[in-house]
Design a binder for this molecule. Structure first.
Ligand code: C2E
Ligand code: CA
Ligand code: CA
Length: 408
């Protein structure tokens, strides 16, 4: 395992000889000895075919094969997993290439406008080392088990689906504002199946309405029991875009809240940004009715889709959840930070409560505090918890967290 920067192997790609030499000198100053360079994407691929390299510095503007093409090829060929993206072009472009590279499965250590500064390079390389250490200490994720629609329908019928709840806290004072319900399925033989697998499965096989209603009922049961303990906080629940087309859902929901003695004003439905792009008219009709009944609406995963400000302003939402891809590591990526700041700004202008999700580190937390984000959710504060653990966390974990934060 490489524990210091000087042990890394680095490939510098840039068509300008001066820039290449400059970047190599910065690496040498940090003690790196295993250094390679290439003047365009095609030459870079040749280097990568011949040897394994830890980190590739990618200049976007190069002749023959530019940085964007190089990133795509590297990802397709699974050549190296970590890149630092550089360009003289505008920050938004660099950041969007960074997002593309991550979507392709590459690990982006940093995206910078030229000239590359020594501190920026060092921080990016330290991040690489930290990541190797984290990977070594994390238990390997089990291979995702294949599950069938039949197994899912049996699980639904047998009540095998459960919920975990992740706290949503105020950035200032770390008050518990609410919890987000997240579907969980532990298959008796195959173990834990991710909602990223079984929710789309349910959507493809016409089971999503049954699943949603089943889990909503379960969520309301928990909320009622919390209320019985005197605990009142918001319950957030994810709604599939398909549920927005279920015209009976709103009436069914109103009846359910009455049956459980729950106030709609203490329930938020999270819908993804992209759900609003499809059957927009029917989606907005359902959301408007939910709002009229007093429920809150949150636009989830904001930043991953393509909704523009005008589309956003048409949705009767009360909250904007900024996706983890914009939040996590924004401190190290000036362009991403800029986009994050303007997103927070937009949300405030539209009078929406802002939530940052995927806050994993102290650095992430600091940046969203500086930007004036209202609520926060993420592993840094708490992972999703099963109901019994949530109660323990509310009783003791939360105050411990506040004390730790005060000491910082
Ligand atoms: P989501 O709504 O964006 O939920 C947040 C996801 O991020 C959850 O993954 C949560 O465990 C994870 N997460 C929370 N904090 C952090 C963090 O700091 N770092 C990282 N890396 N991840 C964090 P999960 O539980 O696997 O859920 C995945 C997705 O499945 C959810 O994304 C949501 O879209 C969907 N989903 C979950 N439960 C339901 C449900 O009951 N109904 C529907 N329709 N969709 C659901
Ligand atoms: Ca969500
Ligand atoms: Ca989300």
């Amino acid at each position: 395992m490489k524990s210091v920067i000087s042990e890394l192997s680095i490939l510098v790609t840039d068509d300008s000889l001066t820039q290449r030499q400059y970047a190599k000198e910065l690496c040498s100053d940090l003690g790196v000895k295993d250094l390679h360079d290439a003047a365009n994407g095609a030459d870079a691929l040749k280097v990568l075919e011949a040897r394994s390299v830890d980190v590739v510095l990618v200049d976007l503007e190069m002749p023959i094969m530019d940085g964007v093409e190089l990133i795509r090829s590297m990802a397709q060929k699974k050549m190296t997993s970590s890149v630092i993206i550089l360009s003289a072009k505008d920050p938004i472009l660099i950041a969007s290439v960074g997002t593309m590279a991550e979507a392709d499965g590459l690990h982006v250590l940093g995206t910078f406008q030229k000239p590359l500064l020594p501190d920026a390079l060092e921080c990016s390389l330290l991040r690489f080392i930290q990541d190797i250490k984290n990977q070594a200490s994390e238990p390997k994720a089990p291979v995702e088990n294949e599950v069938t629609a039949l197994e899912l329908s049996e699980a639904l019928a047998n009540g095998e689906l459960t919920l975990a709840f992740q706290p949503k806290l105020t950035v200032h004072g770390l008050m518990l504002k609410g919890v987000e319900a997240l579907a969980r399925w532990r298959h008796p033989q195959k173990g834990a199946i991710s909602p990223g697998v079984f929710i789309p499965l349910a959507e493809r096989h016409g089971m999503i309405d049954a699943l949603t209603r089943n889990l909503l009922q379960l969520a309301f049961e928990h909320k009622r029991s919390w209320q019985n303990y005197g605990l009142r906080f918001n319950l957030a629940f994810n709604l599939s875009p398909l549920s927005l087309a279920d015209s009976d859902m709103v009436d069914w929901l109103c009846k359910l809240t009455e049956d459980y003695g729950i106030s709609p004003s203490e329930v938020t439905f999270e819908v993804t940004e992209n759900a609003l792009l499809g059957e927009l008219a029917s989606a907005i009709r359902t959301l408007a009715r939910l709002r009229l009944k007093g429920f809150h609406i949150s636009i989830d995963d904001y930043g991953t889709g393509f909704a523009n400000a005008q589309q956003l302003s048409r949705v009767p939402a009360t909250e904007l959840k900024i996706d983890r891809s914009l939040v996590h590591r924004a401190a190290a990526r000036p362009q991403q930070r800029t986009i994050l700041a303007s997103t927070v700004d937009l949300a405030k202008k539209l009078n929406l409560t802002t939530v940052a999700e995927g806050v994993e580190t102290e650095e992430d937390f600091r940046i969203i505090t500086d930007l004036g984000v209202d609520l926060v959710q993420g592993y840094y504060l708490s992972k999703p918890l099963f109901p019994d653990d949530l109660l323990v966390w509310i009783k003791s974990g939360l105050s411990q967290l506040r004390r730790q934060q005060e000491q910082k």
